[in-house]
Structures are given as structure tokens and as C-alpha cells.
Ligand binder design. Structure first.
Ligand code: FES
Ligand code: FES
Length: 161
């Protein structure tokens, strides 16, 4: 076992893990932050996306020990300070960017990373950025629309699906 220490959602977190423990396991099983989901075992679905030192990372592709000392942000840490939904979360709610919700934490974390890099993305840029996130329910249309809305774009011309 090895001890790992990191900052998660602004708070110090530590635990004893096996060397092979993945970051997503550490978050879910040690810290009980179960908003970060596991949707595959092939690093394809993106349900596990968190931010590590400000970058979107699939938490199933990183060992917990590799996050030693890192600053990790999960879906549990993105709401506004008063607990209300942040701009991206609110846009997903307003524009029906989710159905079952399984992919949603990863989608929100990926969308947040995109908007940090590119605050005014085109529809094509959003679709390209979401390539690593799979949704089995929505057909992506309303996810893209939600992200455009979160960027402050007028989505009234885009039909609902
Ligand atoms: S669980 Fe990480 S990509 Fe699917
Ligand atoms: S809303 Fe169900 S997988 Fe995306």
C-alpha cells in the first residue's frame, strides 16, 4: 500500500491505496465522491472525466499515486458557493442536455474544460471536443446546445430534438 495525498475540490484528501488503484477508484471508493462515474473499461466513454491541475483527465486512465500532490476537481466541486448550479450545469438543465444522467458529470467536466480553453466555441468545435465522451441517450444534440448556451450563445435558432 502507498499513501496518497492530494487536494480534491479544495480540501486536503489522503488515503492508503494499492499501487494499481486508479484515480477514479480512489475518488469513488476512498473519498465516496461517486459523481465521477465508470462507464467502460476501455478508456473510451468519458464518464470519469475530472480535472487534474486544471486539465480534463479520464480518471480511469491515471493511477491515484500519479495524482500525488495534485489539485483535483470533480463534479461535486463545481457548483456555485451557495450550492446553486453553475453556468454549465444550469445550461444542461435548461436545455435538456441529459436524460439518464450517467454521462453528465463527465460531459459537464469536459464542457467546462472546453469553455476555459475556448470561451466561444462553434458547434463543430464542441462536437470535436466531445469526441471522448459517449452518451447513450441524448444523441448529443441537446448536449451541444447546452454548451453553446453556457457560452452565452443564442440557441433559439436551434430546434429542440
Ligand atoms: S470509465 Fe473512464 S473512459 Fe470510461
Ligand atoms: S444522458 Fe444517458 S448516457 Fe448520456
Amino acid at each position: 500500500m502507498v499513501q496518497v495525498k492530494m487536494t480534491v475540490n479544495g480540501k486536503a484528501a489522503s488515503g492508503d491505496v494499492e499501487g494499481r488503484t486508479l484515480l477514479v477508484q480512489f475518488l469513488r471508493e476512498n473519498l465516496h465522491l461517486t459523481g465521477t462515474h465508470v462507464g467502460c473499461d476501455t478508456s473510451q466513454c468519458g464518464a470519469c472525466v475530472v480535472h487534474v491541475n486544471g486539465n480534463a483527465v479520464k480518471a480511469c486512465t491515471m493511477l491515484a499515486a500519479e495524482a500525488e500532490g495534485a489539485d483535483v476537481l470533480t463534479i461535486e466541486g463545481v457548483a456555485n458557493e451557495d450550492g446553486s448550479l453553475n453556468t454549465v450545469q444550469q445550461a444542461f438543465q435548461d436545455h435538456h442536455g441529459l436524460q439518464c444522467g450517467f454521462c453528465t458529470p463527465g460531459m459537464v467536466m469536459t464542457a467546462t474544460a472546453l469553455l476555459k480553453e475556448n470561451p466561444n466555441p462553434t458547434e463543430a468545435e464542441i462536437r470535436d471536443y466531445l469526441e471522448g465522451n459517449i452518451c447513450r441517450c441524448t444523441g448529443y444534440h441537446n448536449i451541444v446546445k447546452s454548451i453553446m448556451a453556457a457560452a452565452g450563445q443564442d440557441v433559439s435558432r436551434i430546434a429542440a430534438e
